[in-house]
Design a protein around this ligand. Structure first.
Ligand code: NAP
Length: 258
């Protein structure tokens, strides 16, 4: 009864269309998208599953673009987590609750000043999701002359979506010369970049790999992922003279992931 009321008022009931497993802990899934569910790239959805007759709801950033017919999400299995331990066994056809409105302010539209020039998208782990959504929009590619997608994971097998990133670049940024994908594999001895983001920013190694510079007068910098990474990276950027974006003004916008 409770679930029926919740469904009709706040949630719609959607179906799992596909599941892709990247590693033992990482997987993506797609859901049917109801016509009423509109969102802006970078926003998250609240999705729910029924566990012992109760609805458990979590926030999930959307990988798909606002123009897609389905909704894709990128997830990690949280050890002993009530939600993902159920979610990890998803199969095609499973019912999932989707809250009817999207949430979140990690969107490019929030930037008024500086005007778009160079964009830095810095993610750890599943924090990559909102950036994949943003990059599937032609406007982003025409608005920014430089786009740096930086993706930090612990091990190489956690580096999901690499082929999709190449496809996105080919499809949306074919004639764009300023796109750079910069993977960081922190627990690899052999990766080109294997230090954490704040260290790479402080040493200048990230800018060197990107072929660009953080500039308070021009840069839009978005951080998404591990909350401690967001905190530490914010400080490293502030030490370089970059400012938090408030009321549309400033360089740095953030989203904690859990
Ligand atoms: P993670 O520990 O967040 O690591 C991903 C990347 O972030 C690694 O390159 C890591 O570097 C780096 N990193 C971690 N802390 C950092 C910091 N302070 N500054 C800069 N970089 C930092 O790994 P994950 O696999 O994405 O997530 C790990 C755990 O977080 C999961 O097992 C889960 O328990 C939890 N989690 C929870 C949720 C949720 O919704 N509840 C969502 C995602 C993750 P190092 O290799 O140096 O650590």
């Amino acid at each position: 009864m409770y679930l029926e009321i919740m469904t009709s008022e706040k949630f719609s009931l959607e179906k799992v269309l596909s599941v892709r497993r990247w590693s033992a802990q990482l997987f993506s899934f797609t859901l049917t998208r109801p016509a009423h569910f509109k969102f802006t790239a970078g926003q998250f959805a609240r999705i729910g599953i029924e566990v012992n007759g109760e609805l458990i709801v979590r926030a999930y950033s959307i990988v798909s673009s606002p123009y897609d017919e389905t909704l894709e999400f990128f997830s990690i299995v949280v050890p002993d987590g009530a939600f993902t331990s159920q979610l990890k066994d998803l199969t095609v056809g499973t019912d999932i609750y989707l809250e009817k409105i999207p949430y979140g302010f990690l969107t490019l539209a929030r930037y008024q000043e500086p005007t778009p020039h160079d964009l830095w998208l810095l993610a750890t782990g599943t924090g990559l999701a909102p950036f994949l959504s943003m990059l599937q929009d032609f406007d982003v590619w025409s608005n920014y002359s430089a786009i740096h997608l930086v993706y930090s994971v612990r091990t190489e097998d956690e580096l999901a979506y690499v082929e999709q990133i190449q496809e996105i670049q080919t499809t949306f940024g074919e004639s764009h010369t300023g796109f750079k994908f910069i993977p960081i594999i922190t627990r690899s001895k052999t990766a080109a970049l294997n230090e954490r983001l704040p260290a790479l920013i402080a040493s200048g190694a990230l800018e060197q790999a990107a072929g660009g510079q953080f500039n308070p007068a021009t840069s839009h910098i978005m951080l998404c992922g591990n909350p401690q990474m967001v905190e530490d990276t914010k400080e490293a950027l502030k030490a370089r003279g970059l400012t938090m974006n408030r009321r549309g003004v400033g360089n740095i916008a953030v989203e904690n992931y859990w």
